[in-house]
Design a protein around this ligand. Structure first.
Ligand code: GDP
Ligand code: MN
Length: 384
């Protein structure tokens, strides 16, 4: 679960990581009031669950409290489109008004999970700011990634090693190292999958401040953090993904045109690989789950078909607890309850009650290619 910058900064503040003074608002008059209190010159920052706001006009420096109000108004109730959002962008319901800080240097510091290393890693660079992706691409030697041994934590030695890499004034190493260990504490204490400070700013007067903060909490650990769950902001979620979550279906929207309905996350990943290697492109990841019933299969198909780009659906089921006849009945149910024309289905089923499922599908008047294996499936996906 992603949380907003202002919420992340609260957490940082509670762990002793310095952040700029500021307040979150959602009206013109509040914006003016807060800006006045901060001395008039402020940064106005759209609060959305996406990075790249600076380049998209979502972060603006203003020099009077009235301008703060105006910028706030133009951001509120608009959709901000950044490089990390879809073409429709995400709604801005709140803006953060902060003191302008005197930025001398922008650093990058992040903690995340490296799935290959099966470990927490720290990633730091002295070239933080809005071009960090290019730095990672073109000057990878300017980015240091260190594994953190979770039994030792961000030990003083590791924290200092990371701070030293930042090429900052020797006087600042200690406080940079202390900020780095506090960020690790934030990561662990909140079961995060990402804590990213970009930029971590060195100011003209030698202070270190987190000018931006992105925190993602591991969904599977949320039950341990009821206080964090209050930060859930459904307005920032993809509407299709939100609807899927309500039915307990794991769905991730992608930009291809082959809808995928699968049981099991691993099989769903493999199904997307097969789709891609056939030259087609998946419209989504979808795991309907092991214990799905007829209505869940039907809902999954309806969600897949909310995406107007979908022109074919690849159903790949390994029938175990989820029986093939249940899947077939779910397909029929969806076809009866959907407004748009039902596209061609490429169905590969195996396992429990296969014969019954197959018969149901063969008797229907749907456009179905029932295939025996993934090679045949791949050929059917390829064929136009
Ligand atoms: P992002 O583009 O979504 O990552 O938004 P950021 O919060 O990182 O803001 C983008 C950029 O705005 C930063 O990299 C800074 O260069 C700039 N910025 C943000 N706050 C301040 C500030 O208080 N003073 C100055 N001079 N620049 C700021
Ligand atoms: Mn940033």
């Amino acid at each position: 679960m992603k949380i907003h910058e202002y919420q992340a900064k609260n957490i940082l503040n509670n762990h002793g990581v310095p952040v700029p003074q500021g307040e979150v608002v959602n009206t013109y008059s509040e914006a003016v009031e807060v800006a006045e209190r901060l001395g008039g010159k402020v940064v106005v920052k759209a609060q959305v669950h996406a990075g790249g706001r600076g380049k998209a006009g979502g972060v603006k420096l203003v020099y009077s409290s009235n301008d703060a109000g105006e910028v706030c108004n133009s951001l509120l109730n608009s959709n901000l489109v950044t490089i990390q959002t879809g073409p429709d962008g995400v709604p801005v319901d709140k803006v953060l008004i902060e003191e302008i800080i005197d930025v001398q240097k922008e650093l990058y510091v992040a903690f995340t999970i490296d799935g290959v290393k099966k470990n927490i890693v720290a990633i730091v660079s002295e070239f933080g700011g809005m071009e960090i992706e290019e730095v990672a691409q073109n000057n990878p030697d300017k980015v240091l990634t260190l594994e953190i041994d979770s039994s030792l934590g961000a030990s003083p030695y590791k924290a200092r090693k990371l701070a030293n890499f930042l090429n900052i004034d020797a006087k600042l190493i200690r406080s940079a190292a202390s900020v780095i260990s506090s960020l690790y504490d934030v990561f662990v204490a909140n079961d995060c999958s990402l804590v990213e400070i970009n930029p971590l700013v060195i100011t003209g007067d030698g202070r270190i401040l987190a000018a931006d903060a992105k925190i993602t909490i591991d969904d599977d650990a949320l039950f341990r953090h009821p206080d964090l769950f209050e930060f859930y902001d459904p307005a920032q979620e993809d509407p299709f993904e939100k609807q899927a979550a309500e039915f307990g279906i794991s769905y991730v929207k992608l930009d291809g045109d082959i809808g995928c309905l699968v049981n099991g996350a691993g099989l769903a990943m493999a199904t997307m690989d097969v789709t891609r290697s056939s030259g087609a492109s998946p419209a989504n990841f979808l795991d309907v789950g092991g214990g799905a019933d007829e209505s869940k299969v039907s809902e999954a198909l309806k969600i897949i078909l909310l995406d107007e780009k979908v022109k074919k659906i690849f159903i790949n089921i390994f029938g175990g607890i989820l029986k093939c006849d249940i899947v077939a009945r779910g397909i029929l149910d969806a076809s009866r309850n959907i407004d748009r024309e039902f596209p061609e289905l490429v169905v590969r089923m195996l396992g429990t009650n296969f014969d019954e499922g197959r018969e149901i599908l063969m008797k229907s008047d749907l456009n179905i290619s029932l295939v025996n294996d993934l090679r045949e499936a791949s050929d059917s996906l390829k064929s136009d």
